[in-house]
Design a protein around this ligand. Structure first.
Ligand code: KG4
Ligand code: ZN
Length: 340
């Protein structure tokens, strides 16, 4: 029939995830199921992800998570035409769990395996059931990455800029931790910022005067750490949270505006996509959408559930590669580092 029904597996950080995605011959995809088992509670007492705990938890959870994804999709193994598993970048112990499970399933069922780059998953996440035709300009903002990419197709990516120190999500998480908000910090900081005045605290602007499309969040982080010490009331903390969120949003928007101007010289089809966990932040989405409007770009972002780590995006990336006739070797290795 030419349609692909791909099982996706994601275990690169602290979510054990499995999903089934159908990619039709017309190139449209449909998420048949998406199951995400978050380990947040296992890691919360430590204030961050503990790799050894994550790997063990993936081992315990992967099989039932995959079974549930198949059941939710209403397909058995016989209905699956390919297996896509994250092969990196990420915590290598966890990556090995999902990749090995994917290999075993592919071998046992005689299915093609696609070893997927997690970042490529985020890059195609806006295409899950939505309108995001290639090419597009992508702001990828997650806990581990902050990059501006020109995406011409799956695996056809040019990097226009990237963070020179922390990722945006990392800055959210570390400042949230200093504010006593626990882990993961991004969503908690967003909630706290709702009642805050973003204009009360002055935060430094990074890389002023630089004409490139890189990011830096370490100066902002250091300044925020110092200001946390001066906070006495809940209102003080809310004001600081609002200032931090506004500063991160401003930097992301400024750099993306520069990238839009650059990108527009090469492409008539103007689409800005924001993806990754930080794309779940409503203030950031709104700022980017407004900036896109100013530059004549259409704007789209994945539904919130596909911004943070999930396996549907991995299945989507795998399905697009399979559709091009690609498949990975069964001895594909897990890669802790794997730049796009
Ligand atoms: O994409 P993701 O789930 O995992 C990585 O591949 O890194 O991104 C997780 C990151 C965390 O840093 C988390 O704090 C941040 O995304 N995040 C948010 C929000 N939701 C998640 N940051 C700001 N506002 C949010 N609403
Ligand atoms: Zn991610």
């Amino acid at each position: 029939k030419g349609e692909l029904i791909v099982l996706g597996i994601e275990t690169s950080c602290d979510e054990t995830a499995a999903a089934v995605v159908r990619l039709g011959r017309d190139g449209r995809s449909e998420v048949l199921s998406s199951v995400v088992h978050s380990q947040t509670e296992d890691h919360a007492p430590f204030g961050g992800v503990v790799p050894e705990i994550a790997a063990r938890s993936h081992v315990e959870t992967i099989a039932p998570t995959v079974e549930r994804a198949l059941a939710d999709a209403g397909v058995g193994w016989d209905g699956i035409t390919g297996v896509a598993a994250t092969a990196g970048p990420g915590l290598v112990g966890g990556v090995m769990v999902g990749l090995s499970f994917g290999k075993a399933a592919a071998l046992a069922r005689g299915l093609p395996l696609i070893a997927v780059n997690h970042l490529e998953g985020h890059a195609v996440s806006a295409r899950l059931g939505a309108e995001a035709p290639y090419p597009f300009l992508l702001l990828l903002v997650s806990g581990g990455h902050c990059q501006l990419l020109e995406v011409r197709g799956v695996g056809e990516v040019t990097r226009l800029g990237a963070t020179i120190d922390d990722a945006a999500g990392e800055a959210f998480d570390k400042i949230a931790k200093a504010l006593g908000l626990g882990y993961p910090g991004g969503p908690a900081l967003e909630r706290l910022a709702e009642g805050g005045d973003p204009a009360r605290f002055e935060l430094p602007r990074a890389l002023l005067g630089r004409k490139d499309m890189d990011f830096s969040f370490s100066g902002l982080k250091t300044a925020a750490f110092r200001l946390v010490e001066t906070c006495e009331t809940d209102q003080d903390r809310a004001d600081l949270a609002a200032a931090v969120q506004a500063a991160i949003a401003r930097q992301l928007t400024e750099r993306t505006e520069r990238a839009m101007a650059d990108y527009a010289q090469r492409h008539d089809h103007r689409l800005l996509v924001v993806a990754g966990g930080v794309a779940a932040n409503r203030t950031i989405r709104a700022r980017l959408e407004a900036a896109a409007g100013r530059h004549g770009f259409r704007f789209t972002a994945p539904p919130l559930a596909f911004c943070t780590d999930n396996a549907a995006m991995i299945a989507q990336a795998g399905a697009e590669r399979l559709a091009r006739g690609e498949r990975s070797d069964i001895d594909a290795v897990a890669r802790p580092r794997w730049p796009l």
